[in-house]
Design a protein around this ligand. Structure first.
Ligand SMILES: NC(=O)c1ccc[n+]([C@@H]2O[C@H](COP(=O)([O-])OP(=O)(O)OC[C@H]3O[C@@H](n4cnc5c(N)ncnc54)[C@H](O)[C@@H]3O)[C@@H](O)[C@H]2O)c1
Length: 316
């Protein structure tokens, strides 16, 4: 499908900036608007084309503002909603902003999409909405069982999205992805945090015993999955997006440490109030459409570390 007018919310943040890279290259004739509140996690340097490409524009605004959402979605044929408060640890301290941005913000955007009759919407959710699992992978039909304020706000957003699909035929697809890695991620999340610790020769702090498992998927592979679903995904459906690489938090720390030629201490600190042991999802439905990850963390780490070596000062 050729999209002529695309809206990306939250694209001045980590994942959205990679989606913007892909979509601005692939849909080079399209007008692309980014709607972003420009929180601490956003950076204008993540989206340099916004200032040079005359067909692109940035609206600095909050997803909870209906006037802004109505303006941003006018005449748009594809919306990808990536805007969110995204850091679980922050949600234990100040969870209200998570409900406002992630739940009310999504609701406001869906209402604006409905009023402006947007043709297609991809809503980016997370594997965390399922809660933890140990043995059997979650498929898209499994019930939601969020365990922290972040994942609860994302699950609540999904319920609203579902209601808009059922009640109003809103043409929306939901994606639930594993953890994403790549450059430009704010160094509060595990991979960039540990990299910056190593660059600054600081100890790496491990939550609890460090044996919690997470899968890691490249932001570039994720952007490709969103592109495929924008074109071939079925409205009203949910798609898991999984990675083949699963590591404990300790294994992530040891892997990152191994790229530095000096010793870095690992220290154990108090665990999160609740820390899901594992998120394991089955993404056969997406892979049947022809998607599979092409990149992997081990091969990508040298260039990611190099990027943080050059750019980590941008985050302070
Ligand atoms: N990072 C991951 O591993 C991961 C995994 C699965 C799903 N997700 C989801 O992917 C999406 C993007 O995550 P990310 O890691 O890039 O997050 P991020 O924190 O790097 O970026 C989020 C962006 O949203 C913007 N934003 C926040 N609140 C807003 C609001 N009220 N109005 C407008 N803009 C607002 C921020 O300014 C920022 O640019 C989120 O919806 C997140 O839940 C992330």
């Amino acid at each position: 499908m050729k999209f002529k007018k695309i809206l990306l919310t939250g694209a001045a943040g980590f994942i959205g900036s990679h989606v913007y890279d892909l979509f601005s290259e692939k849909y080079c004739e399209a007008e692309i608007t980014i709607l972003d509140k420009m929180t601490y996690a956003a950076n204008i340097r993540n989206i340099p084309q916004i200032t040079t490409n005359k067909k692109h524009k940035l609206i600095v605004g909050d997803l909870t503002d209906m006037d802004i959402c109505l303006k941003a979605t006018k005449d748009i044929d594809l919306v990808i909603n990536l805007a969110a408060e995204s850091h679980v640890d922050n949600s234990f301290d100040n969870s209200i902003i998570f409900t406002k941005s992630n739940t009310l913000g999504t609701h406001t955007l869906m209402e604006a999409c409905k009023r402006n009759e947007v043709d297609k919407i991809i809503h980016v959710s997370t594997d965390e909405v399922y809660g933890e699992n140990i043995e059997e992978p979650f498929s898209e039909e499994d019930p939601l069982n969020p365990t922290n304020p972040y994942s609860a706000s994302k699950a609540a957003a999904e319920m609203i999205v579902r209601g808009y699909y059922k009640s109003f035929d809103l043409p929306v697809i939901v994606v639930r992805s594993n953890n994403i890695y790549g450059i430009r991620q704010y160094p509060e999340k595990i991979i960039p945090k540990f990299i910056v610790n190593c660059i600054k020769k600081e100890p790496i702090e491990i939550h609890g015993d460090g044996l919690n498992l997470r899968h890691y998927l490249s932001a570039i592979d994720f952007a490709n999955a969103l592109d495929l679903l924008s074109n071939n995904g079925k409205e009203g459906e949910i798609y898991n997006i999984a990675s083949d690489l699963e590591l404990t938090n300790i294994a992530v720390a040891k892997l990152i440490k191994s790229f530095f030629d000096y010793e870095i201490d690992l220290i154990h600190v108090d665990n999160r109030p609740f820390n899901d042991k594992r998120y394991y999802v089955n993404d056969k439905k997406l892979r049947d459409l022809g998607w599979a990850p092409k990149l992997n963390l081990r091969d990508d780490l040298p260039k990611i570390i190099n990027w943080y070596n050059l750019n980590h000062f941008l985050f302070y």
